[in-house]
Design a protein around this ligand. Structure first.
Ligand SMILES: C[S@@+](CC[C@H](N)C(=O)[O-])C[C@H]1O[C@@H](n2cnc3c(N)ncnc32)[C@H](O)[C@@H]1O
Length: 297
């Protein structure tokens, strides 16, 4: 219980997680070493939390100037695009690799547009799951502890039925800042297709880390530092990221740096590390249009 002893209490419970949940995470079956992908990302968003890693963050931001702004642009895109898709009449959201729900969450944003929207958040980090269950889970929101590579474990999970998430409804599949944790061998583009194929139509909300504008040696050192402290990460080139969207109906303005996707204000000028972002329609677009018209009436 060294971890519990050495951290001040306000850092242990910043998100309303109970002491016994924390104990289980450290010494129970789901225990795993800190820090985590979600914690580092959350730190880069400017929310200090104990599963971040200040040392790694410093190394990353020296090697990748602009990383914090790029991360904030990614998160702002995810929330902005989910709101836009909810306004287009979609009422089901499947958030793959949902991360820590600090500040605004997908359920917050979409329920303001459609109070009966259903949201399923999927993550394989026990801390993220415990935090999500404490903060977000409810009648219309499910938090699933699963590896997104196990598509059937996600889609057949009893929690989907509990909240009334239905396979025959247009659905938004969110895969934001998560595909770059999957190896090429995991065939991440095919994996995403399996999720899209589970629904008649909808939208894919997608972002992916891109290293094209970073000097190769800096990118290599940043990836090595991340791997050493957290685990493997695979930033891809813009051409490789574009291939994830093959065959989909990519909405305007296409695949762009995240802050340039339909910005509310002037977009940030992100230099260096960046997240490429897009929203793409999938499935039977006629049925999607009919559904949207019905929702508008
Ligand atoms: C960088 S965070 C992104 C959070 C959020 N999607 C966003 O873009 O703001 C990535 C999340 O994906 C989760 N993750 C990574 N690989 C995963 C996997 N194979 N299955 C489930 N979750 C995964 C991590 O635990 C982390 O919470």
């Amino acid at each position: 219980m060294e971890f519990l002893r050495c951290r001040p209490a306000h850092l242990l419970f910043p998100y309303g997680i109970t002491r016994s949940e924390i104990r289980n995470m450290i010494s129970g079956p789901g225990a795993r070493p800190l820090p985590s992908m979600a914690g580092v990302y959350d730190n880069l968003l400017g929310h200090p939390n104990y599963s971040g890693d200040q040392d790694l963050q410093k190394r990353l931001t020296v090697l990748l100037p602009g990383l914090e702004e790029a991360t904030q642009a990614n998160r702002a895109f995810v929330l902005r695009s989910a709101k836009a898709v909810a306004r287009m009449g979609v009422t089901q959201f499947l958030d793959l690799g949902s991360g820590l729900a600090t500040d605004q969450s997908i359920p917050d944003v979409v329920s303001r547009v459609e109070p009966h929207a259903r949201v399923v958040c999927v993550d394989n980090d026990p801390l993220v799951v415990a935090h999500g269950r404490a903060m977000l889970a409810g009648e219309h929101v499910a938090i699933i502890d699963a590896d997104i590579r196990m598509v059937n474990d996600v889609l057949d999970h009893a929690e989907l039925a509990r909240i009334g998430f239905q396979a025959d409804r247009p659905t938004a599949v969110i895969a934001a800042a998560v595909a770059h944790f999957l190896r090429d061998d995991d065939e991440p583009a095919d994996l995403l297709r399996e999720y899209l194929d589970a629904f008649p139509s909808g939208y894919l909300i997608f972002t992916h880390a891109c290293g094209d504008d970073v000097p190769a040696d800096h990118l290599e050192m940043a990836v090595a530092a991340y791997r050493e402290r957290i685990g493997p990460i695979y930033p891809r080139t813009e051409a490789e990221i574009t291939a994830f969207l093959n065959g989909l109906n990519v909405l305007e303005p296409g695949l762009v740096e995240a802050s340039h996707w339909r910005p509310d204000d002037s977009p940030l000028e992100i230099v260096g590390a960046k997240f490429m972002a897009a929203v793409a329609g999938f499935g039977n677009q006629d049925s999607l249009t009919r559904h949207q018209e019905a929702v508008r009436r």
